[in-house]
Design a protein around this ligand. Structure first.
Ligand SMILES: [Zn+2]
Length: 260
């Protein structure tokens, strides 16, 4: 399996040189659209409310484009544009510092009313990412954003998985900054993982140590939920995440380099 994945990575790595030079364009929006989006996003996202005006415009344009590029499926819930806007906002939050933010591999996003079972699996899921789509429980989406700073946010967690998948296993929408820096990130987190396993304790919840993919997703969750806590407790991990995502959530402006 490992060698197959490596081979797959090799193929996509070659294909990425073309796609990494393509960026989603800047789609114009009217003042009325901007105000409508701002109202919906601002009702839940402190991250958005803290942004200066110019960055709010960047955020809204990205949410607009992201939403239009996806098909949202509501399961056990009525179709609702505001929900689609809010879920798009989670993706835009995680990818705000990157050029390629559309997670183009994923066309379908499934929103379920509550936690759910998969196939014959006994376990209850609140979100997952599969090659055919991103799945989220709406109840738990709301929990993530209404309980700030507890380091639990399922949407951020799943968008982090989707970003990794999109850059290493998918064919389109690869972000060259992310790819290059994620490799450095995964090299630099070795000692952090070894230390947590040896000492059997960590600032991150234990689920982070299931495997490297979960370590990434749980770290990104903590990075956005309680950046101050993560920086104080795991400064090296915090800095590594700033580099790979090209943003610092502790600043109002968020972005590190405005042009990559
Ligand atoms: Zn996960």
């Amino acid at each position: 399996m490992q060698s197959f994945l490596r081979k797959l990575n090799g193929i996509f790595a070659r294909g990425s040189s073309d796609s990494s030079t393509w960026y989603p364009g800047d789609m114009a929006i009217s003042e009325e659209q901007f105000n409508n989006y701002s109202f919906v996003i601002g009702s839940l996202f402190t991250y958005f409310n803290d942004l200066p005006e110019a960055k709010k415009l960047r955020f809204v344009k990205r949410v607009h484009q992201f939403r239009l590029s996806k098909k949202f499926h509501f399961i056990g819930l009525e179709h609702n544009n505001d929900k689609a806007i809010l879920i798009s906002s989670s993706a835009v939050q995680v990818t705000f510092g990157l050029n390629n933010y559309l997670l183009s591999h994923f066309r379908d996003i499934y929103i379920l009313a509550d936690a759910y079972h998969m196939d014959n699996d006994e376990e209850l899921y609140i979100g997952h990412v599969a090659p055919e789509g991103i799945y989220l429980s709406w109840k738990h989406f709301m929990y993530g954003y209404s309980h700030k700073t507890d380091n639990i946010n399922v949407a951020v967690h799943e968008m982090a998985h989707a970003l990794l998948y999109n850059n290493f296993f998918a064919q389109y929408g690869i972000d060259s900054h992310f790819r290059m820096n994620y490799e450095k990130f995964s090299n630099s987190t070795g000692p952090i993982l070894a230390d947590a396993v040896a000492n059997r304790r960590s600032y991150l919840r234990s689920y982070a140590f299931t495997n490297l993919h979960e370590f990434w997703a749980v770290s990104v969750e903590a990075f956005f939920e309680n950046p101050k806590g993560l920086k104080e407790n795991m400064p090296e991990l915090f800095e590594a995440l700033c580099r790979v995502l090209n943003q610092d959530p502790l600043t109002n402006d968020k972005l590190l380099k405005s042009k990559l």
